[in-house]
Design a binder for this molecule. Structure first.
Ligand SMILES: *[C@@H]1O[C@H](CO)[C@@H](O)[C@H](O)[C@H]1NC(C)=O
Ligand SMILES: *[C@@H]1O[C@H](CO)[C@@H](O)[C@H](O)[C@H]1NC(C)=O
Length: 144
């Protein structure tokens, strides 16, 4: 089970992609996958994008986690970072497998410019909450 607070940041922000940096918060649970939604409109063409750790910087993805050429993944820092949406349809949502509390922090979804629009930059603050711990106690049966 996983949670997200935001369905599609782009439905709000892509129209104003020029220089807009939006800030979104979401949460996940230790040990489970988390999907951070990032979707852009392909009306202006399919473009390269990247996900970085830390807030979006001016020109590039710092601490790059995964990168596409628009149609497929061309760099993947670890197998934990996956793009499972239809990339060439603009769904570049990032799935992080086996999250730990160390995965908490800011992520940047950056879609490269098309035309004279500036890059679309979305900062997402991810908070990973401790999971529930389940203890299996030995069942004690009285012999008899
Ligand atoms: C996630 O953790 C499980 C169990 O520790 C492991 O088998 C699996 O390979 C991990 N998946 C990834 C993508 O790291
Ligand atoms: C985008 O892809 C993710 C998987 O990465 C999926 O969970 C999500 O439902 C997709 N969103 C849309 C709007 O298709």
């Amino acid at each position: 089970m996983y949670y997200w607070d935001v369905i599609s940041p782009c439905s709000v922000f892509c129209l104003f992609a020029d220089a807009v940096v939006s800030h979104i918060q979401m949460s996940g649970v230790v040990g489970q996958p988390v999907t951070i939604q990032c979707i852009y409109s392909i009306a202006g063409g399919v473009t390269a994008m990247c996900w970085g750790r830390g807030p979006c910087s001016l020109y590039s993805c710092s601490n790059q986690l995964i990168k596409t050429d628009g149609h497929r993944v061309v760099f993947q820092k670890s197998k934990r970072y996956q793009l499972n949406g239809p990339i060439s349809k603009g769904n570049v949502s990032l799935t992080i497998k086996n999250v730990t509390q160390a995965d908490s922090g800011t992520y940047c979804c950056r879609v490269e410019s098309s035309g004279w629009f500036k890059d679309l930059k979305i900062n997402i603050l991810l908070e990973i909450k401790p999971g529930e711990f389940v203890f299996c106690l030995p069942l004690i049966t009285s012999g008899g």
